[in-house]
Design a protein around this ligand. Structure first.
Ligand code: AGP
Length: 612
């Protein structure tokens, strides 16, 4: 998604803003821009370029702004309205050239606003919804910049995260949010605003997340928060425990590979202090639910998108199997519009690495309107979904920069398993059953490490198959979501067409596609369903399809059936998706790398989908 950075203080703004934008590159974008102004000689300097930020650097270098330009806003744009062109790149200027705006989100009534402004003589130079905002603020100018922005935003329907500067008000930078994240760095003698903590953490670890309807007035003396109605509001600050180095690649070729290899540490952080072996249960204090409250939950709906959805599918199985609670998984985009039935005492569990996915956020809001108890599982502290759900669990997995989600998936599954154990222990799960499950979970960092040791072997297998055009992934039971996730990993970074199927579904149609050119990844560890999936492997081999099996170390049957085998440590079914998916992540990574694809920022994709 788009990235926003703004600065006001005593240092040259251009360097700070552009280096902040570079921290947001991972979010995916197709153009970038910067607006700066010198409080002593206020006229807006505007720089915009299509493509990567390196192009913006060139544009700035051709007319470097004076070091006295200590106010600035910048943007990386992922095109939604209008192609990626310089004219459509942000910042956008008002018609008098005295106001500059950067914007994340979608203004749904921009056409109506545009025609109203055009009828008043405003001339538009872009196809974007954002430019409407720049002219609208000019049209609403009265009093200070903040008051003018508030008056303009009252007319806006849709979502926004914005930063605004004006040569008429050089001592202030205004930010506002509704549906698209905005975070402020708590600094001394200067103020920094961004759409993502990653752009701020190098300056301060104290941040304030704006809520919907908040307007921030930033000056070199700090930030003042107001509502759209111009009354003062206060928000508590959050200390971000990420170290700036964690956002660099740490010696790996790609963020994705770094994050794959971080997984033993990431999952150790997720379970740390939360597994109570002696009591055979877990402690997730963020749920703010005592056992009595947990015992009242009679239905669970899990909702998410993409990889988080597949983790949620694993969780829905675990909730039913170990807590005996009816659980269903719903695509967030479906849930929010289909008027779902929410029975009394239903818990809605939303899962989102970024905590900003628009469809998942909308599903949480709809579930709240229908009276559900909303719980979230997020990785980004203070993210919108985490705050609006009100209760939940943070992954503590550290920043996930690669667009393809890796460590978030395995940590989400771990949290869901812990929730299932907690819920189970308020019902028929005994202490010894809980202890057995908790003991298995305590092995997770070691289990993941053992899979990572297969890296060279997995790369060697990828070398055999990286020119394939189509792939199947199959599995059943807890391996069905693992198959779906493996297929998503491969398709989104290697661009190979890959489909995940329930292994039993093959004979209902998909097997017609199999021949020697269509490799099949079979998720077939020694857990319930193993024997039947071996049968499906034989069906694939009978159609000459090569089979890559992800199987339990020492499985005596798989070697004679599959063309290639990736071994994972023995483990119970409720955690088996974790080592299997780690193997799939490495496979997908090597396949994409061998094909020379841009792994961290795959084409057409963004790290956080904050628009519908
Ligand atoms: C996963 O590799 C994808 N990048 C994508 O499917 C992602 O999982 C999805 O957009 C949900 O994101 P979230 O977890 O931040 O809500």
């Amino acid at each position: 998604m788009c990235g926003i950075v703004g600065y006001i203080g005593s240092r040259p703004a251009a360097d700070i803003v552009v280096s902040g934008l570079k921290k947001l590159e991972y979010r995916g974008y197709d153009s970038a821009g910067l607006a700066v102004l010198d409080p002593a000689a206020p006229s807006i300097g505007l720089f915009r370029a299509v493509g990567k930020i390196a192009e913006l650097d060139k544009a700035i270098a051709s007319h470097p702004p004076a070091s006295t330009c200590t106010v600035g806003i910048g943007h990386t744009r992922w095109a939604t309205h209008g192609a990626p062109t310089v004219a459509n790149a942000h910042p956008h200027l008002s018609m008098d050239g005295r106001i500059a705006v950067v914007h994340n989100g979608i203004i749904e009534n921009y056409l109506a606003l545009r025609s109203r402004l055009e009828s008043k003589g405003y001339v538009f130079k872009s196809e974007t919804d954002t430019e409407v905002l720049a002219h609208l603020i000019q049209d609403c100018l009265d009093g200070g910049l903040a008051e003018s922005v508030m008056r303009a935003l009252v007319h806006v329907e849709g979502t926004y995260g914005i930063a605004v500067v004006s040569s008429d008000f050089p001592g202030v930078l205004v930010a506002a949010r509704k549906g698209s994240p905005i975070v402020i760095g708590d600094c001394r003698g200067e103020a920094i605003v961004a759409s993502d903590v990653s752009a701020i953490i190098q300056h301060t670890d104290k941040v304030v997340f704006l809520d919907d309807g908040d307007v921030a007035v930033l000056t070199p003396e700090g930030a003042e928060l107001r509502t759209l109605g111009n009354s003062t509001v206060s928000r508590s600050s959050t200390v971000v425990d990420w170290d700036p180095g964690a956002i660099e690649k740490g010696g790996f070729e790609h963020f994705m590979l770094k994050e794959i290899f971080e997984q033993p540490e990431a999952i150790a952080n997720t379970i740390r202090g939360r597994l109570l072996l002696d009591d055979g249960t877990c402690k997730l204090s963020g749920l703010q639910l005592d056992p009595q409250k947990m015992a009242e939950i009679t239905n669970i709906v899990v909702t998410a998108c993409g990889t988080s959805y597949y983790a949620g599918l694993v969780g829905s199985y675990a909730f039913e199997q170990f807590a005996g609670i009816p659980a269903r998984i719903e695509q967030a985009a479906e849930f929010r519009y289909r008027n779902p039935i929410i029975a009394p005492n239903t818990a809605l569990v939303s899962i989102s690495q970024s905590g900003e996915t628009a469809d998942t956020l909308a599903a949480v809001r709809e579930a709240k309107r229908k009276g559900a108890l909303t719980l979230s599982i997020c990785n980004v502290v203070g993210s919108t979904i985490a705050r609006e759900a009100g209760r939940g669990v943070y992954l503590h997995a550290g920043p996930e920069i690669g667009v393809a989600s890796t460590k978030a998936f395995i940590c989400q599954v771990a949290v869901l398993d812990m929730m299932a154990i907690m819920l189970g222990r308020t019902r028929r799960m005994s202490n010894s059953e809980g202890t057995t499950m908790v003991a298995a979970m305590l092995r997770l960092p070691e289990i993941v490490k053992r899979v990572l040791e297969q890296n060279d072997a997995i790369r060697a297998i990828a070398e055999k198959y990286h020119q394939a055009r189509d792939f199947f992934y199959i599995g059943r039971g807890y391996m069905f979501p693992a198959a779906l996730e493996g297929a998503l990993k491969l398709k989104e970074i290697s661009y190979i067409h890959a489909e995940g199927y329930h292994a039993a579904e093959l004979k209902h149609g998909p097997i017609a596609l199999l021949d020697e050119h269509v490799p099949v990844v079979a998720c077939v560890p020694q857990i319930p369903g193993h024997r039947k999936t071996l049968g499906n492997v034989q069906e694939c081999r009978a159609r000459r399809a090569p089979v890559i099996a992800i199987a339990t170390e020492g499985d005596p049957d798989i070697g004679g059936l599959a063309n290639d085998v990736i071994s994972i440590p023995e483990c119970p079914e409720f955690i088996a998706p974790i080592p299997v998916v780690v193997a799939e992540q490495l496979f997908a990574y090597h396949m994409a790398n061998l094909r020379g694809e841009p792994i961290d920022q795959p084409r057409n994709l963004a790290k956080s989908v904050t628009v519908e």
